[in-house]
Design a protein around this ligand. Sequence first.
Ligand code: AMP
Length: 401
Amino acid sequence: MADHVVTLNAGSSSIKFGLFASKPNLPRPVASGQVDGIGADMWFKARHAEDASTTQRDLADMPRGDGHRAAIDVILGWIERSFPDARVAAIGHRVVHGGPDFAGPVLVTPDVLTCLGKLAPLAPLHQPHNLAGIAAATEAFPGVPQVACFDTAFHRGHCFVSDTFALPRRYYEKGIRRYGFHGLSYDYIARRMREIAPLEAAGRMVVAHLGNGASMCAIENGRSVASTMGLTALDGLPMGTRCGQIDPGVLLYLLQHERLPVDAVADLLYEESGLLGLSGVSQDMRELEQSDDPRCREAIDYFVRRIRHELGGFAVTLGGIDAVVFTAGIGEHSALVRAAVLDGLEWLGVVLDAEANARHDQIISTPASRLRVYVVPTDEEAMIADQTIDVAGLARISAAA
Ligand code: AMP
């Protein structure tokens, strides 16, 4: 039986999974899929990487109370039946917050779990579900190493100025810091760029991870120098439903004068703001692009304005830029957003190739452009698998295999 790694990304109502065989450089994907509707009518779908064949199953008749455990049993049961020669040698989990102490992936122990549980208030939408996934997988596969891979870890090398808010120092010591997120995606992109464009990868890059969650990262020689996200995944760019950068005085006003309860403010900032709040129509960029409603155009304009603002800031922080990389759902697929972000930036050295941009080519700048612009699909699951193989100490299949 060949060693395989399962990756799990547990959210509130869904668990995404990946199955990888170990291989040099990056692990080889074998299958992927997800269970949706946890706690309600569950639904399973999966895809074999080799022939792209898919499986779908309605799980509405399954008991609802078992939550993540039931979903993980479905996933692991499907893997066992579909790949009888695959031995699950380790399970890697996406964990959104690693706090100040976790600067890399770790083997999960009871002490690690206790530390991670204490970070739940910093990522209330994700952390509790990530940890429920670890608990369920540990129960289902006792004895198999479980590895926690963090969205914050890639940014832990930031200098103090990138890592802090201008609050009294005691809050920094208490862990109120600019952690940054999407680190698994940025780590993957930094490694991928070493293959695609080694010169730029060794230089200064700005990577824009523009998905339903969105952030940007300044990377120098493969290391994160600054992130637009802060203590929580609310700061920086506006997102599907999250507000992004906001004057903290707005929050004081809502609490003191509008007398909104704290939970209502949290819902407002996490669930009702961003592209959805601004447009009043949708959080989905595809719908915003197709709509004639002027509010949709304004939501896109605000999104683009914030990206350009951060791009300018990072260009100064890095002392110049050698490459800009777009990734994640919007970054990979929206030619309109990419063109708007790069509009009129010839002074920065960017000359966009409109046709290459429309085709979503890997390079969307012209040969005359001093600064190269790339579109690179991200793969957080492959990054989790890679880190899990390392931490669990699994032998990678030799290059000849
Ligand atoms: P992600 O969170 O990375 O899956 O990205 C989700 C976002 O990508 C959503 O806002 C989608 O509307 C957006 N997206 C996906 N495909 C496209 C597309 N073809 N054009 C514009 N936006 C897209």
